[in-house]
Design a protein around this ligand. Structure first.
Ligand SMILES: NC(=O)c1ccc[n+]([C@@H]2O[C@H](COP(=O)([O-])OP(=O)(O)OC[C@H]3O[C@@H](n4cnc5c(N)ncnc54)[C@H](OP(=O)(O)O)[C@@H]3O)[C@@H](O)[C@H]2O)c1
Length: 212
């Protein structure tokens, strides 16, 4: 898909990368750094979500797929590029986490847990990067109309993608290290006051019938 997008855009290149595979990351990083020694931005966007039930035995293959894509993957990507990003000016790492890292969706407990862990890791990464950089930006989207799950594209509770992009870019331009849209900031702030209460409120809301 991305290769097709790139085909119509001179200057845009693509390469194969499976972030759940440490070897794939090492190969892709070596390739990118050889072709682009000036590289100064890493965006950790890849993610997968599944439905699971923490009150039943876990499927180990599914557990590993979610954890290796959403948590090990971005950590390994940072590891592969951190020396580069510390050596060039105006460098940035952008980690895409989720509001589900704040108020978990109980029917996607594994996904929610990986995003909570990535939020924590991102705080440490920003603190340790300090003024020397790279700048560390976290984007924690709310439920948004993307292809993450088929239901996202049809559910009116999901934020329209164009609105999400416009608000997020405005937050980045404003210099927000946590470049969250307004509805995400509200949930984050409520969660800090009452995490059990907001988890109940959110999961009751999401229990209404799925629309597709
Ligand atoms: N949409 C939401 O409601 C929402 C809310 C909060 C957070 N997020 C986060 O936003 C990020 C982007 O997701 P999206 O909503 O835009 O959904 P999406 O359209 O499904 O995008 C997810 C992307 O991750 C890639 N990916 C999955 N596994 C991968 C792997 N092992 N290696 C490399 N790439 C992989 C997919 O590539 P392929 O298509 O090639 O498989 C796809 O391009 C994710 O981190 C997601 O968790 C989304």
């Amino acid at each position: 898909m991305l290769a097709e997008v790139a085909a119509g855009r001179p200057g845009m290149e693509t390469l194969a990368l499976d972030v759940s595979d440490a070897e794939s990351i090492a190969t892709a990083a070596a390739d990118v750094l050889a072709r682009h020694p000036e590289l100064n931005v890493l965006v950790n966007n890849a993610g997968v979500i599944i439905d699971d039930d923490p009150t039943a035995p876990v499927d180990d293959d599914e557990l590993m797929r979610v954890v290796s894509t959403n948590l090990l993957g971005p950590i390994r990507m940072v590891s592969a590029f951190i020396a580069q990003l510390r050596s060039v000016p105006d460098a940035a790492i952008v980690n895409i986490t989720s509001m589900l890292g704040y108020a978990p969706l109980a029917r996607s407990s594994l996904y929610s847990a990986t995003k909570a862990a990535m939020h924590s890791y991102t705080l440490s990464l920003r603190y340790r990067s300090g003024d020397a950089g790279p700048e560390v930006i976290e984007i924690a989207p709310p439920y948004t109309q993307t292809a993450l799950q088929a239901v996202n594209l049809t559910d009116p509770r999901a934020m329209p993608l164009e609105e999400f992009i416009a608000e997020t870019l405005a937050a980045i331009e404003a210099g927000e290290p946590e470049a969250y849209v307004a509805r995400a900031r509200e949930r984050r702030d409520a969660q800090r006051v009452d995490d059990i209460g907001i988890t109940t409120w959110f999961n009751d809301l999401m229990r209404s019938p799925r629309l597709s």
